[in-house]
Design a protein around this ligand. Structure first.
Ligand code: NAI
Length: 360
């Protein structure tokens, strides 16, 4: 069997961690008798320098053709320059579900030992939809006047505004995805996270959709929780929670919180899944200060590749690779600075150690 998979190396530490994941996948594939042909495609800063576009058409075409991609993190400048390429990619390919497991592994120093959570984040709308009105623009002024005339509500004239669309379609789809995932993975409970007490229409709709979908899964426990309360409960009793389904922004924040509970961004993988394509990537960003120094933790990207192998049906290879990663972390002898209890090793050395343990 031969798979063709798009590989987007990414910016900052991206090329180093994605190369580590690629080496691991190749080693697991060899052991399990299949082959992966990597189709390199660029995005982000790297693509802008080479092609003058942060998301070249050829990159989108490659993912659409191959249906699966492994992606390193991409740099997005804060407040100026291009809007996030990650967000653009998710929207263009309708990768509506962002799956972010946060599990504590033996060998990782953490305040919590029993974290095993999965955040399912809606990926296409909410405040991430990219509908913004800049301060002082004509359209911002028109919107401010419209709100005043229709709702009698005052928005300060010197405001910038972001819209928060939440649809029934996207909400039902993401909650259904969360329940199906929970059922398939033999999880026990789904918690819908919202702020429906304040945003009665948008978050209210998300909650209603969640309650409606939950009725179709009578064997799965279901509850809902207001996002601020959720944060407090996650920090005090993470073991009480299982699968959390969230609108886009809360999902983004809560998944970093969960990554922190489990042991840090260096070990947190994710999958962006749509009807036709899937893109696998670490939760962390391009960490520019660590770039090119052979010191970034490759675990998050390698575990994203584990999710990818499982997605394409290579479950045994996925399990072997995951076990190899967990083995190296448990020993804590050849691990990077962020999780090392003794002398750390570099990205390449940790990767070689993982490869040597595949299938052992
Ligand atoms: P970041 O995740 O890049 O870094 C935060 C801190 O986490 C770093 O200082 C570093 O100490 C640590 N860290 C992250 N990954 C690590 C790894 N593999 N090994 C060891 N330590 C690691 O977040 P930051 O600094 O907020 O963002 C940097 C850039 O990345 C920004 O341009 C941001 O937009 C982008 N970004 C991209 C994402 C993506 O492509 N999916 C996701 C998040 C941020």
């Amino acid at each position: 069997m031969k798979y063709t998979i798009t590989l987007i190396p990414g910016d900052g530490i991206g090329p180093e961690v994605s190369d580590a994941a690629r080496r691991c996948v190749d080693a697991a594939a060899k052991r399990h008798g299949f082959e992966v042909k990597w189709e390199i495609a660029l995005a982000g800063e790297t693509a802008e320098k080479k092609f003058g576009s942060v998301l070249p058409k050829s990159t989108l075409e490659s993912i659409k053709k191959n249906k699966v991609a492994l992606k390193g993190p991409l740099t997005t400048p804060i407040s100026e320059g291009f809007r996030s390429v990650n967000v653009e990619l998710r929207q263009r390919l309708d990768l509506f579900a962002n799956l972010r497991p946060a599990k504590h592994f033996e060998g990782i120093k953490s305040r919590y030992g029993k974290v095993d959570l999965v955040v399912v984040r809606e990926n296409t709308e909410d405040l991430y939809a990219g509908i913004e009105f800049d301060e002082g623009t004509r359209s911002a002024g028109q919107l401010i006047r419209f709100v005043k005339s229709k709702l009698g509500k005052k928005i300060r004239r010197d405001s910038a505004i972001t819209l928060k669309p939440i649809s029934k379609t996207a909400s039902e789809r993401i909650v259904k995805f969360a329940f199906d995932y929970a059922k398939d993975e033999k999880r026990k409970k789904v918690t819908a996270v919202h702020k429906a007490n304040i945003m009665k229409f948008t978050d209210g709709l998300f909650l209603k959709c969640a309650q409606r979908v939950a009725k179709k899964y009578p064997k799965m426990q279901f509850e809902d929780m207001i996002v601020d309360n959720m944060c407090m409960h996650l920090v005090t009793k993470p073991e009480d929670y299982d699968v959390l389904v969230c609108p886009n922004l809360y999902g983004d924040i809560i998944s970093d919180l969960c990554a922190g509970l489990a042991g840090g961004l260096g070990i947190a993988p994710s999958a962006n899944i749509g009807k036709d394509c899937a893109v696998f990537e670490p939760v962390h960003g391009s960490a520019p200060k660590h770039a090119g120094k052979d010191e970034a933790n490759p675990t998050a990207c390698i575990l994203s590749a584990v999710l990818m192998l499982s997605h394409i049906g290579e479950k045994k290879a996925a399990k072997d690779l995951e076990d190899a990663v967990l083995g190296v972390i448990k020993e804590n002898k050849f691990v990077t600075y962020d999780i090392a209890t003794g002398k750390p090793v570099g990205t390449k050395r940790m990767t070689s150690e993982i490869i040597s343990k595949i299938g052992k």
